[in-house]
Design a protein around this ligand. Structure first.
Ligand code: SF4
Ligand code: SF4
Length: 387
């Protein structure tokens, strides 16, 4: 068996659904995109992320020759009702947590170990990523195409897939690439289902996403202090978060390529079912230790671990619930030591409205010491008094 076949076999044995191999040549389309869209990506370029280094795999691994691309289909089990519409399926599948905490991350580690044992050097960047544009690498490795919703779509699998790339210094046998044009050539020309489904209108053109408008940015990316970002979620985006607290699947749920998956009668997974039983938005807002261990750590320890960001997201989702019974929970959150939590709880109280919310906001205003939280309380009071 050739080394290329051995690698592909091993990846399939680890549970990947398809594997392809491409060269370690640069990605000129990624370079063009970064140049043309400098404002959209100013938070990620020349920041701690250094995404511009992904243009040339040699900047990630000097002497690199090949990129192994492995596609993991994470839509394999039934997703509990209690989590759907709140947590993106990617995170529910535990595929996005760095090794060795969860099997999803371990898959990457096992793959790297296998390649190293075969005498290869393997590039590493951040968490489970090698730092090259994974969708473009997957297209170049012949595994599928990119759709109008900007997501990679694998034939017969759909878009609920995660791509892992491995840059190595060995020359391997390369697969024939798919066309990568920056246009959604494989989408029906008049299909706009993903664009219409996006609550924030983040998909602005063919294969073009405004990253700051995508809900995932507000949930998990804006917490890292990147340039021109703030952990205070844009008030215009908050109502559009609806009940989502960690990722969003709306543009994937709408895509006809996922219809078979969405309608499939998949088996329930015991672990996810058990974890879902512990999950609630009010629990997330309180974020007690036991809740964090049982319901948060197994699914949501992806980009962030600081409890205040989970509480922030829960506050916004509860504000969007339209349920007056959530008011006491938010009133309690107005006592939280974190200003970020109090500020978003104030917004949520303003959105829910009612006499109880107004009284709590007035009381909080008299003792609030944080400037931003005070502002949020004042603006919430305006809404409550003049709904
Ligand atoms: S994940 Fe949600 S917010 Fe982001 S582009 Fe898709 S539908 Fe829009
Ligand atoms: S919803 Fe339609 S336009 Fe959007 S990615 Fe799917 S097929 Fe393409």
């Amino acid at each position: 068996m050739s080394i290329t076949d051995e690698i592909k076999n091993y990846a399939l044995d680890l549970g990947y659904s398809s594997v392809g191999i491409t060269t370690a040549e640069p990605f000129p389309m990624f370079a063009r995109s970064l140049e043309e869209r400098a404002d959209d990506y100013d938070w990620a370029v020349n920041s701690g992320l250094r995404i511009e280094r992904g243009v040339d795999p040699h900047d990630r691994l000097p002497g690199s020759r090949s990129i192994i691309v492995a596609v993991y289909d994470y839509f394999r089990e039934r997703f509990p009702e209690n989590l759907v519409g709140r947590i993106g399926r990617l995170y529910q599948s535990r595929s996005y947590i760095e090794p060795p905490l969860r099997i999803g991350g371990m898959r990457v580690q096992l793959m790297r170990q296998f390649l190293e044992k075969k005498g290869m050097q393997v590039g590493r960047w951040f968490m489970i990523s090698s730092g090259v544009p994974d969708r473009l690498a997957a297209v170049r490795a012949g595994l599928g195409r990119i759709g109008r919703n900007t997501l990679f779509c694998a034939p017969d699998t759909g878009t609920f897939v995660l791509i892992h790339t491995f840059i190595v210094d060995a020359e391997l046998e390369y697969d024939a690439p798919q066309e990568a044009s920056g246009k959604a050539t494989h989408c029906p020309p008049d299909c706009r289902l993903c664009i219409d489904a996006c609550p924030t209108k983040a998909i602005t053109a063919d294969c073009r996403l405004d990253p700051r408008r995508c809900l995932t940015f507000s949930h998990v990316v804006n917490v890292h202090g990147f340039r021109n970002t703030s952990p205070y979620i844009d008030p215009e985006i908050r109502p559009k978060m609806a009940s989502w607290i960690h990722g969003c699947d709306a543009c994937q749920e709408a895509c006809p390529r996922n219809r078979a998956k969405m309608n499939a009668d998949l088996p329930a997974g015991s672990f996810l079912e058990e974890t879902a039983k512990h999950f609630s938005l009010t629990g997330l807002l309180r974020m007690e230790k036991d809740f964090e261990e049982k319901a948060v750590a197994p699914l949501l320890y992806t980009y962030m671990r600081d409890r205040k960001y989970f509480q922030r997201n829960a506050a916004v989702a509860l504000g969007n619930s339209g349920d007056p019974e959530m008011v006491p929970h938010l009133v309690r959150a107005m006592e939280d030591p974190e200003e970020l939590v109090r500020a978003h709880a104030a917004w949520a109280l303003g959105r829910l409205g009612g006499a109880g919310a107004r009284r709590a906001l007035e009381k909080s205003l008299s003792k609030e010491t944080g400037g931003r939280a005070k502002e949020e309380i004042r603006s919430a009071l305006e809404k409550v008094r003049d709904p």
